[in-house]
Ligand binder design. Structure first.
Ligand code: C2E
Ligand code: CA
Ligand code: CA
Length: 253
């Protein structure tokens, strides 16, 4: 952020300056908030579309404080300050502990920042958390957003797969990777970005994407299902799983 003063005109944009001050304030407040346990997880159902059974939940971070920003903002701040390593570990451990306390084979799906993938200690950390919480590796899914930053960490992704955890390619289709990049990576699930649903009524392209994912050995989750009609269309297109306000909102486990 300090480098922005060389960029000239932006310095005189009052909206931008206010935004920068807000980010700095968030960055300063977050470590103590983490120590106080203010970051918690809500869980949103992952539903098998064929029969409506909830097969898992996605853990979504919340800052439990009145007026606090949403995860998109505070995760980005944590990525910039490096706090994401400690915050990410704490959230993963919380998700695994809460998941292990639930009987049955409910899948616990946790978001991983590309910044965490760059941490050479990540694989050992995940193994250690699984060991301490007692969650079987097969019940943990890690969601990795399809970005240019994440996919170069092939060795880390393969080592995570070797632990026996499931890997989901998040926001698939937002435009960064070619299918070629994915070959040899142990992704077991593709999560189709909600944007895809806008055109789902005209099925053509979406059907081919679902087929391509299946051919590559991935099951498919459609995100952002908000209506019964969308649910039906996606089931007919062969999507395996669904997630969205129509199927269940994020809530404490
Ligand atoms: P995401 O991983 O794509 O998570 C799905 C987002 O879509 C969630 O927003 C969820 O509440 C929202 N959503 C679910 N169903 C619907 C629907 O039917 N309609 C609409 N419009 N939205 C729906 P949320 O919880 O605000 O999280 C935003 C993003 O923040 C996440 O996107 C993820 O990228 C990031 N995030 C959240 N928690 C974590 C975390 O623990 N670690 C990391 N690294 N990132 C996280
Ligand atoms: Ca996700
Ligand atoms: Ca997503």
């Amino acid at each position: 952020w300090a480098r922005h003063d060389r960029r000239g005109p932006e310095l005189f944009d009052p909206g931008r300056a206010a935004e920068e001050r807000r980010r700095h304030r968030l960055a300063a407040e977050m470590p103590a908030a983490l120590d106080r346990g203010e970051f918690v997880l809500h869980y949103q159902p992952l539903v098998r579309l064929a029969d409506g059974v909830t097969i898992g939940v996605e853990a979504l971070a919340r800052w439990n404080r009145p007026g606090a920003p949403g995860p998109q903002q505070f995760i980005q701040v944590a990525e910039r300050t490096g706090l994401i390593h400690r915050l990410g570990r704490a959230l993963l451990e919380q998700a695994c502990r809460e998941g292990a306390a639930r009987s049955g084979d409910l899948l616990i799906s946790v978001n991983l920042s590309p910044v965490q993938l760059a941490d050479p200690g990540l694989v050992a950390t995940v193994a250690d958390i699984l060991h301490r919480t007692g969650l079987p590796a097969a019940r943990l899914q890690l969601e990795i957003t399809e970005t240019a930053e994440a996919l170069p960490y092939r060795a880390a992704l393969i080592a995570l797969g070797d632990l026996g955890v499931r890997l989901a390619l998040d926001d698939f289709g937002t435009g960064y990777s070619s299918l070629a990049v994915l070959t040899g990576l142990p992704f077991t699930e593709a999560k189709l970005a909600a944007e895809f649903l806008a055109g789902a009524g005209h099925g053509g392209v979406l059907r081919h994407i679902v087929e391509a994912c299946h051919a590559m050995g991935m099951t498919v989750t459609a995100e952002g299902i908000e209506t019964a009609e969308q649910e039906q269309i996606l089931r007919d297109l062969g999507c395996d799983h669904g997630q969205g306000y129509h199927l269940g909102r994020p809530a404490p486990l």
